[in-house]
Every structure is written in C-alpha cells, then in structure tokens.
Design a protein around this ligand. Structure first.
Ligand SMILES: Nc1ncnc2c1ncn2[C@@H]1O[C@H](COP(=O)(O)OP(=O)(O)OP(=O)(O)O)[C@@H](O)[C@H]1O
Length: 332
C-alpha cells in the first residue's frame, strides 16, 4: 500500500499552537484565565497489565534463530530471532520490531522518496528483516528502520491516543483513513487535528450545530471544541481560549469562523453575534492577500475576544490584530 510523504496534508490544530486565538470571557466576578488541559495520556498500556509477549512487559525475551523463508509460509516463517536478553527499560522500549515479528503484525518502512510503505515481516535475523510489500515486492531492510503498525481494528480511530503504536506513519495513516471518508477532524487527546479538505464537506450547518449542542453526536469537530469552551466558561466561570495554529493555507481562518458560528448560535439572540461575524470580510478585505499557498492568506494575526453576559449570551467582542513578520518563503 502506497502512502504519501511524511507531510502529505496540511492541518490546523485547535487548542494548540500560536496563530489565531478565540478567547471567551465570562462576565462573572471578573474571573479570568485560560483553559487548563489535562495531561495527555500516552496511549500505552499500563506496564502492570501487559502480557509477557508485549514489548512493554518487564520480562526478557527469548526467541530462536532460523533461516528466512518465502511469503507462502508466513506462520512458520515468522518469529525466529537470536536469543537476546534485555535488562534495561530503554532497550525494552526500543525492541518493538521483534515483538512485531513475533506477533506477525505489519510494519511501516520509509522508502528513499520519503513515502511510508506498509509491509509484513516474513523473517528477521537480528539486524536485518525480510519484508514483503504489496505488489509482490520483497525487501531486506535494517530491522531498526521498521516502525510497528497498528492492527486493522484501530483503523480510523477518533482519537490518536487510542493507537497502540503512536508513531509518524501510524498518525498519518489514521488521518488519511479518516480524511478519505470526509472525517477531517481527529482528536489527539485534548487537541483537535483538522485536515484541510479544500472542498465542501457535509459537516456544518444548523443540524450539526444542534446535534453537538444536544450531544447527540460525538465525532471530533470544531463545534465540539467550541461547545466545551462555552460550557466550561459557564460552569466554572473561567475565561476560555481556543488557539488555532497551522501553516499558511492550513485552514486557520476558516476554522476560526466555524468556531465563531457555533458560539454565535449558542450565545446569540441580541443580534450582536451577526455584527461580530460580519467583521471577517472587512478585516480580510484590508488584511488578506493571494499567495502561492493560499488565495486568501491572512497577512496579520488575530485575537478575537467574545464577551458573554451572566446569562450566557454574547454581549460584545474585541478584535485585535497584529502584524506578521514574514520570511521570504512565507511571502510566496
Ligand atoms: N473546513 C474547511 N472546509 C473546506 N475548505 C476549507 C476548510 N478549511 C480551509 N479550507 C480551504 O482552505 C483555504 C485556506 O484556508 P484559510 O484561509 O483558513 O487558511 P489559513 O490557515 O488561515 O491560511 P493563512 O495563514 O495563509 O491565512 C480556504 O480558502 C478554503 O478554500
């Protein structure tokens, strides 16, 4: 299976980074403060709970050596490795390849052109492994260059933290798997990763806003992030911030507008929300320009403060802009 390069997709991450900021401020007791996120779990099983086959287990591994064989007899071909004993944690964690071999799972291998290719290890002899790739290609590769792939059952998980193996090709594969089904949003713990579809996707509008408001839908979405922010602001009486970051053309401005639409739908009523939304075209008229990466590239940073009254309704807004200092690359 072919796979794009290490950086196949542009993305914007909501709640991480440093480009556009939407700040929600509650008007209660003058309290203020940013959102404090919980620590991200690493997604690996508890060391006490894993079985003895796992690379996370504290037990030494003992496997035997045998010559490599062909594709046709995978069951008997897999597993033979020289006897090794591992005594420290560092070696244990780095020895995922032999675990993969033993478990007959697939591994990622990076081709010279940067693409990741998913293959099946058919034999391994210490430092070298024979890997079979799609279309009958078989390569002998350095075992250290193999990166474990996740089982098929984890394809397209909502949250990258659910992946057993959290590595670059697995993350890219999962994002692409979801993207192919118009699921452009994926969680990475408290962070939302958005892959720019550069096309209309059926994920927005009143029906979706109502669904996220009623919590009848749980898929990762900017609406869900905005919903959490507004609810936590109301509940804890603490100001909230949504930080949207990504490279030029990743979709930060569009993402900010989507978040503002949700906030306007939930906190609207007085009509002021429409005035806030209407500031976007005016700011863009003066501050955007066409570049190689983006036909409508913001040439300034934005801090949008949305103020809420005690009843949870939007009472005002303040938009601050700041100049960017561009490198020659970014100006193209
Ligand atoms: N959710 C989305 N759905 C459809 N198209 C999108 C979406 N997000 C971004 N796009 C497309 O990508 C283009 C670039 O997005 P946007 O202007 O938001 O990027 P940006 O990260 O703000 O870029 P810059 O930093 O250059 O201002 C948009 O004009 C739009 O065509």
């Amino acid at each position: 299976m072919g796979f794009p390069t290490s950086h196949p997709m542009e993305y914007a991450a909501v709640n991480s980074g440093n480009s556009a900021v939407i700040s929600l401020s509650a008007s209660v007791n003058g309290s203020s403060g940013g959102k404090v996120f919980e620590r991200v779990e690493n997604g690996f099983p508890d060391a006490d709970q894993v079985n003895e086959d796992s690379p996370y287990s504290g037990n030494d591994m003992l496997v035997e050596e045998s010559p490599p064989v062909g594709d046709e007899d995978l069951d008997s071909a897999v597993a033979p490795l020289p006897s090794v004993s591992r005594s420290n944690i560092e070696r244990r964690w780095s020895d995922i390849t032999s675990y993969a071999t033993k478990k007959k799972v697939q591994s990622w291998f990076q081709l010279p052109n940067g693409n990741w290719e998913l293959g099946t290890i058919i034999s391994s002899s210490g430092t070298e492994s024979v890997v079979s790739f799609p279309e009958g290609k078989v390569l002998k590769v350095n075992s250290d260059s193999l990166i474990p792939a996740n089982p098929d059952i984890l394809d397209g998980v909502d949250d990258l933290m659910q992946l057993s193996y959290l590595n670059e090709p697995s993350v890219l594969y999962n994002l692409q798997y979801r993207y192919n089904q118009d699921m452009i949003y994926t969680k990475a713990g408290p962070v939302l990763v958005a892959v720019n579809p550069f096309a209309e996707v059926p994920l927005y509008g009143n029906d979706y806003i109502q669904a996220y408001k009623n919590k009848s839908i749980e898929s990762p979405h900017v609406y869900a992030i905005a919903d959490t922010a507004i609810r936590e602001m109301t509940r804890d009486e603490v100001n909230q911030s949504i930080i949207i970051s990504g490279e030029s053309g990743a979709g930060k401005t569009v993402t900010a507008k989507i978040a503002m639409q949700y906030l306007a739908a939930l906190g609207g009523g007085s009509g002021i929300e429409y005035e806030i939304l209407k500031t976007n075209p005016i700011l863009e008229a003066f501050g955007n320009a066409k570049t190689l990466r983006n036909d409508n590239s913001s040439r300034f940073g934005k801090l949008i403060e949305i103020h809420f009254s005690e009843t949870g309704k939007i009472s005002g807004a303040k938009i601050q802009t700041c100049k960017f200092i561009f490198t020659s690359e970014a100006l193209r």
